[in-house]
Design a protein around this ligand. Sequence first.
Ligand code: 5AD
Ligand code: SF4
Length: 441
Amino acid sequence: MKNKYLYIETFGCQMNVHDSEQMAVLLSGVGYQLTDHAQKADLILINGCSIRDKAEQKAFSELGRLLKFKDKNPRLIVGFGGCLAQHLGEKVYGRDKRVDFVFGTHNIHQLPRMVDAVLKERRRVTQVAFSDKIESLGIFAPPPPGSLGAFVSIMQGCNNYCAYCVVPYLRGPEMSRAPEDICNEVEKLTRCGVQEVTLLGQNVNSYGQNTAFDCDFPKLIRLIARIDGIRRIRFTTSHPKDLSDGLVECFQSEKKLCGHIHLPVQSGSNRILKRMNRGYTLEQYLAKVKRLRSVRPTMAITSDIIVGFPGETQKDFEETIDMMEKIRFDSVFSFKYSERKGTAARQLPDKVPEAEKRKRLIRLQNLQNLHTQEKNTALEGSIQQVLVEGRSKNSDLDLMGRTEGWKIVNFRGGSDLIGALVDVEITRGFLHSLRGKMIES
Ligand code: 5AD
Ligand code: SF4
């Protein structure tokens, strides 16, 4: 039988990346092998993101490019999926009628059947219905050979309805996986050589709520920390309003839990936080940062910030700048507010002009670059524990690994160290990476 090839183009967050890994596993069961070359593919999937307009535009321009391969290969089939497909449903065909099938965020498990129907019946198939159990959550995606790290989905969906955000409409309500299933998956991963797991969820801090099992997020971390072979635990993303004392205690007692938290603040103005429906004040956020730093003084804190939310005045923006000066994040993902259909913020008055948003974003990013550089320079002379991931992209003589705080470190060393946890003295802090020298034990 001729090999069938699958090409997947993924946009957006780690959750989407993980979904794509699961799509590949499912389709390998019906004979499709992943390829990096779209021109060779028999089946192309576009896993789109719709969180901001820019992401949506990117996915559609890529769709147009990939559909061109149909001119040379009429048997090629192309599916459009993920958050963006959930958002648009059958309207995707209106964007380009050459698309063969459309699948939503709860329909990944139906992919083999959908592909089969398209091939046999040569008709369009659309599946975007939500269900009360996300079947694909438990699909085991074996990590590529030699991987030290892997993602594990612990929950899906979101109940928070932040005024700007489409995620609750596209991923549905929160659903947590049973702790036994998660631990079994982590154990399986360790047998494949994985040493570091990143627990994924739209808001991991509300893991276990409204479920039949008695396990919250801190308890889950403790269960995973007991698994032999796991040396590091990370997680993302964390909603500040649900960050509990129990989680702070985990940072104190669980040595395997990496000293890094991604804690999206979004704004430094209480007025804007309220309009965003974030459920916390700046003072509460600052208090949580203080508690985290009191148990792990060297903890890396990263964040997301939106500029130009409707009604954001110059004064509100200055409050965001002041907040950044106070906290000094290790790094920040910053975005111009992007209006999304169906969200509450769309109805809000006092939209900020595009040019003003751009100006604020540049100012914020320049400031953050100073802070990131300052944080990285401050690490000079310190000893960091680094999990060696592979050879460095910069030089054949160097290795590359990450600190607990998720910072890239390049240092001299032989390939025999790949996969080891080593101590590295930081000799230089740059904006995007660190340089170090391994300490021989
Ligand atoms: N406009 C701009 N940024 C957004 N985000 C989510 N929705 C929007 C939007 N409509 C950002 C938030 C979130 C991150 C994943 O994306 O900062 O934390
Ligand atoms: Fe979107 Fe808010 Fe849910 Fe995060 S917590 S996914 S920003 S609605």
